[in-house]
Design a protein around this ligand. Structure first.
Ligand code: ACM
Ligand code: ZN
Length: 748
């Protein structure tokens, strides 16, 4: 680490609490920690010993990780060492371990290989970065779930073998034990298939697409090179400089073996029958029609009506299966555009021949054919939860991702199927923070929300889709610290004590800083994008990471390390735009946020005259676009009356909503409006834009303020979504009291 000593001094100066004892900042928290008298110091010449030959890779991993954390070289030896790794002679649960440190030695006894790795992870967290000293302890610990997963999408943007190894090291340090490797998608086929070389020769490369353009635009706007596509990911393909990359089968084996040495099973996903553009566009007889490409939302899928297409899919898996020793394979099965199947004579003939009811059942038939094939090759199948829609096989495991399909997990478990929990509104870490923040992930009670049978929920998993993630630095920025909350709820039943968890997280962020693993400094508490005031107001910034440094500008420019440092609340008496940016103690920049302070008068209101009708008018348009301002250009579908700002029952699919009427506020005051939506929304009151939460995005809550006089003010919320969205407006007064929707809204 460059400048490590300097950084450490800065960390120590800023967070005195985090440096005394690290046994108070474990993530995840072990089940039982007994702190003993005294401490043990490991110095140069210390060793990691292994009690059985199978543990040699674990000892090598421990030595490498200890070197990174403590800065001390550990030699690896067979038999006992300064730190000794062994597998228990007595019975322990899968993944369980016992760690003891005393009398100058440490021992990690695991139930199995994974248990030993879990014990190493705990030991690593006990060291102060750069120090060889740890407190003497006795720890016994075991996981709640056997499936503690993290997904990585290498299709939308490509990650090298070395980057995957770094990623795997970080996962192991927090006791994740599954890596779901999303190897293929429409934007790039990333695994060599010898029988079908065009999949990688052509399918692994592309000229820049719209996802790349979003990354470039953000890199430019936010002055952030982590959003640029790395120069080493380009090649001359068909006479053109193209972006991409793929793994040879040897490289796949190398990654799988590396993960195994860190106790991590790798689950490959070759997504089918949709998301397979490289296959359908480079090989004949795979899609329904010769012409392939994009429909309204998704790409042309494989044709389940053609035997040649099934053969193709099986041939691909025949090469994939031997590369992955773990028992599970993920078949995908999400987001299939079925319009081609409706028109395709082969698909329709298959539906008839097999006595299927519709295209959903055709999808299930395809998935079940593939499952039979996988089972015959010794593998168990996982599928995304859409696989339920046309009937579910008795043996597959469901990865629940559609947070809006809340019944899917209970339906699956009622049928006897196992479930992995990874709903997009909480566990998709590539989504912006906001609604899916550390607190909401930590507090997320998926069993209560879904009613799934707990005995069939095998675990939880985070996801890192890479459309907007072109580099490992950006990947870690999206993942941490929120992946800590997933690690925690995968490992132990949450105790509900978020503040204690947050304090442990703060300690771990210092650890990440030391290891050079990027992370996002969590959002400021109670952040608002518009602050209204009538006389004076204060910019007050507080947040979880006390080491964070916020720099700001007031001229709209992007803050740099030279911009003024926020040190205490700033009083504002005029219209002011603050542009804010967090920097790590080491100087690495985060994203840019703005808050606009607006000096406002209370403005005029109407007074009720008794002809008001309760609620708001919600007009639904058949809108498929991505900007609130265009909703009313789409065909009108239906009018509803709603009690609150919400998606009316009965509106589904393409939704464009214009919700209008009056808000009846009870007193002159500055009101706060928190608008949560997936996708975009806007809130206008008295013709003034109060919250602009527009454009396509995951669930984001933006909060603005407005000074309003007692009485009625015209209000209009615009909102759109195409595939299972969220809309909520919370109104509170200047004392922070939420105002009930009942009686708040009216129309004429
Ligand atoms: C998914 O996010 N399409 C599984
Ligand atoms: Zn077809």
């Amino acid at each position: 680490m460059k400048n490590f000593a300097k950084k450490l001094m800065m960390i120590m100066a800023l967070v005195p609490l985090a440096v005394s004892a690290r046994v108070d900042c474990f993530v995840p928290q072990p089940q039982s920690v007994k702190v003993l008298k005294g401490a043990t110091t490991f110095a140069a010449g210390s060793t990691v010993g292994y009690g059985a030959p199978a543990l040699k890779p674990a000892a090598e991993y421990a030595a490498k990780a200890l070197q990174q954390v403590c800065g001390i070289e550990f030699a690896v030896k067979s038999g006992k060492g300064s730190i000794t790794l062994s597998v228990a002679g007595k019975k322990m649960a899968k993944g369980e371990y016992a760690l003891s440190v005393s009398s100058g030695k440490a021992s990690v006894v695991g139930a199995d290989y994974g248990g030993v790795i879990n014990g190493i992870a705990t030991l690593l967290q006990m060291f102060e970065p750069g120090s060889g000293e740890v407190e003497n302890v006795r720890i016994s610990d075991r996981p709640l779930y056997d499936w503690r997963g993290m997904h990585i999408d290498v299709s939308r943007h490509f990650f090298t073998v070395d980057e995957l190894k770094t990623f795997i090291d970080v996962l192991a340090a927090y006791k994740f034990n599954k890596m779901h490797w999303h190897l293929t998608d429409d934007q790039g086929w990333r695994i060599e298939i010898k029988r079908y070389p065009l999949l990688t020769q052509k399918g692994a490369w592309r000229t820049h697409n719209n996802q790349d353009q979003i990354c470039f635009a953000r890199a430019k706007a936010w002055h952030n090179d982590d959003l640029l596509l790395p120069a080493d990911r380009y090649s001359e393909v068909e006479g053109e400089k193209q972006y991409g990359g793929f793994y040879t089968q040897e490289q796949v084996k190398e990654v799988v073996a590396y993960a195994a040495s860190r106790g991590i099973d790798v689950v490959p996903e070759i997504d089918m029958p949709g998301h397979m553009l490289a296959a359908v566009s480079n090989y004949k007889g795979v899609a329904c029609f010769d012409e392939t490409g994009w429909g309204a939302l998704f790409s042309s899928p494989v044709c389940p009506g053609k035997d040649s297409a099934l053969e193709f899919c099986k041939n691909v898996y025949e090469e994939v299966i031997p590369l992955f020793p773990y028992e599970y394979v993920h078949i995908g099965g999400d987001e299939v555009a079925k319009e081609n199947w409706e028109k395709c004579p082969d698909c329709q003939a298959r539906i008839k021949e097999k006595g299927l009811k519709n295209e959903h059942e055709l999808q299930s038939w395809f998935i079940s054919e593939m499952e039979k094939f996988l089972n015959a090759h010794g593998k168990k199948m996982i599928g995304w939860d859409e696989c339920i829609e046309g009937g579910l096989s008795a043996t597959s495991t469901i990865a629940w991702w559609r947070s809006w399909a809340k019944k899917a997990p209970a339906e699956a478990t009622a049928h006897g199927n196992k479930v992995i929990v990874m709903p997009n509104h909480r566990f998709y870490l590539d989504n912006d923070e906001d609604d899916a923040d550390l607190r909401n992930i930590f507090s997320y009670d998926f069993l209560a929300e879904t009613g799934a049978d707990a005995s069939l929920v095998i675990g939880v998993q985070g996801a890192l889709w890479s459309e907007r993630i072109p580099t490992l630095n950006r990947l870690f920025y999206q993942a941490f610290p929120r992946a800590f909350a997933i690690a925690e709820i995968a490992w132990r039943k949450p105790d509900g004590n978020f503040d204690a968890f947050a304090a442990r997280v703060a300690g771990q962020m210092a650890h990440l800083e030391h290891l050079g693993v990027n992370y996002r400094i969590p959002n400021y508490d109670n952040f608002k994008v518009v602050r209204a005031f009538t006389d004076k107001a204060e910019l007050t910034l507080t947040g979880l990471d006390k080491t964070a440094m916020t720099r700001y500008t007031t001229d709209g420019s992007v803050p740099t390390l030279q911009s003024p440092l926020y040190t205490k609340p700033i009083t504002v008496s005029e219209n002011t735009l603050f542009t804010l940016r967090n920097f790590h103690v080491g100087g690495h920049p985060g994203d840019v946020r703005s808050v606009r302070f607006e000096k406002q008068a209370y403005g005029r209101s109407l007074q009720p005259n008794g002809t008001e009708k309760p609620g708001l008018v919600a007009d639904w348009y058949d809108y498929g676009g991505g900007v609130c301002g265009e909703i009313q250009q789409a065909p009108f579908k239906q009018r509803f009356t709603v009690d609150d700002v919400m998606i009316p029952q009965g509106a589904s699919g393409n939704i464009g909503l214009v919700i209008s009427g009056y808000i009846n506020v009870p007193a002159d005051d500055v009101y706060t409006f928190a608008l949560l939506s997936d996708d975009g929304s806007t809130l206008v009151i008295d013709s003034r834009m109060v919250v602009d939460n527009d454009k396509e995005h995951s669930a984001i809550q933006l909060t603005g303020e407005m000074a309003l006089s007692k009485g009625l003010h015209p209000i209009c919320v615009r909102y759109f979504d195409h595939n299972g969205g969220v809309l909520r407006l919370t109104v509170s007064n200047s004392r922070g009291e939420v105002i009930a929707a009942n009686g708040l809204y009216c129309h004429y």
